[in-house]
Design a protein around this ligand. Structure first.
Ligand code: SF4
Length: 346
């Protein structure tokens, strides 16, 4: 881990320890200890990241897998991950990476320039920080994103959104898009699962991303009996419409028993359909159902005339019928960043 330790940003000395200011947990870290995420350590009164360049996965994925359906469709994205998270969700799908400490799983050192080279060599159009929580990997994400921009690659964060605004601000010139997990629309859920007092910082991150013109899509994992109350979903959709935009894509994702949350059934398909119906009633224009094999679940239709615009299956774009970002039938402009790139960079 030695070379993966680097001075951290966003902290201040406080009393006998240091206060980490990166995420809203604001850990006060005593000498020799790490913060909640276990990726940042106080050594000699200074804060260090322990995971700079510590890469547990580096591979091309379809951008649709992030999921981003309105951003460089069909392109490949070089997906990088490390270890750790600032949440502790019992249903985490990537808990083998997110819930371990640095050194517990094999990580190779990948300097930012080599990460960018890897993206280019594999025909990727961009880089995504994904699988574990990238917020707590901020210093590396920042440097890789800066390098990526020199090579005209796009950059994406797949995140829980639990990051303070100064960190978003500094990353901003080098960040193009994010998929943010809004895990529920109640503080009760955020207290119980991620183990934080409130979902407000997550909403603030989304609102900041939308305000700053970053491409944003939202994922909401529907867990039976925990966050699938129709009233809660309606409130969530109203927030998307009023505070973000009606054309921000929303992905309702199907839950399967996982990690420590084994006593819940998979989300019934009817619950997913219901959530999609509520979103439609609330004026959300692009709603997708993820983790299901339902015909049409991932297709894009024109919100004005209903014309099929993009047909997807799995993570593959099968048909792409937008022309210059517009529905060819009614001419409506559709939120879509970039052009269709079929599985490669050029
Ligand atoms: S990034 Fe880690 S150490 Fe810093 S406040 Fe968040 S959980 Fe604590």
């Amino acid at each position: 881990m030695g070379r993966m330790k680097r001075p951290a940003e966003f902290w201040k000395p406080e009393g006998e320890g240091v206060r980490c200011l990166l995420c809203p947990r604001l850990c006060l870290i005593p000498e020799g200890k790490t913060g909640f995420c276990r990726a940042r350590k106080n050594e000699g009164g200074r804060l260090y990241t322990l995971i700079y360049g510590a890469v547990t996965a580096a591979n091309p994925d379809p951008i649709e897998k992030k999921p981003l359906h309105h951003f460089w469709p069909g392109s490949l994205v070089f997906s990088l991950s490390s270890v750790g998270c600032n949440f502790k969700c019992d249903f985490c799908q990537n808990w083998e990476l997110s819930q371990c400490r640095p050194g517990e799983v094999y990580a190779r050192e990948l300097p930012p320039e080599e990460a960018v080279e890897g993206a280019k060599e594999t025909g990727c159009s961009g880089i995504a920080f994904t699988y574990n929580e990238p917020s707590i990997w901020w210093e590396y994400c920042y440097e890789v994103s800066r390098e990526a921009k020199k090579e005209d690659l796009y950059t994406v964060m797949v995140t829980n959104g639990y990051l303070n605004l100064p960190a978003w601000e500094k990353l901003s010139p080098y960040l193009d898009a994010a998929n943010v997990d809004v895990k529920a629309f109640t503080d009760r859920f955020y207290r119980r699962f991620p183990g934080v007092p409130s979902l407000k910082p997550v909403l603030e991150s989304c609102e900041w991303l939308a305000r700053r013109g970053k491409h944003l899509e939202i994922t909401y994992l529907l867990i039976p009996g925990e966050n699938d109350d129709p009233g809660e979903i309606r409130e969530f959709c109203r927030w998307v419409r009023e505070k973000l935009s009606p054309d921000i894509p929303v992905h309702f994702s199907r839950f399967f028993p996982h990690y420590r949350l084994q006593d819940k059934p998979p989300t019934p398909l009817a619950a997913l359909e219901k959530a999609r119906g509520i979103a439609g009633e609330e004026g959300i224009e692009f709603v997708y159902l993820g983790n299901v094999s339902l015909r049409g679940a991932e297709d894009t239709r024109c919100p004005s005339c209903g014309e099929l615009l993009v047909r997807r299956e799995g993570f593959t774009v099968l048909e792409y019928r937008l022309k210059e970002g517009r529905c060819q039938k009614c001419g409506r402009k559709i939120r879509m960043v970039g052009e269709f790139r079929k599985g490669g960079r050029w």
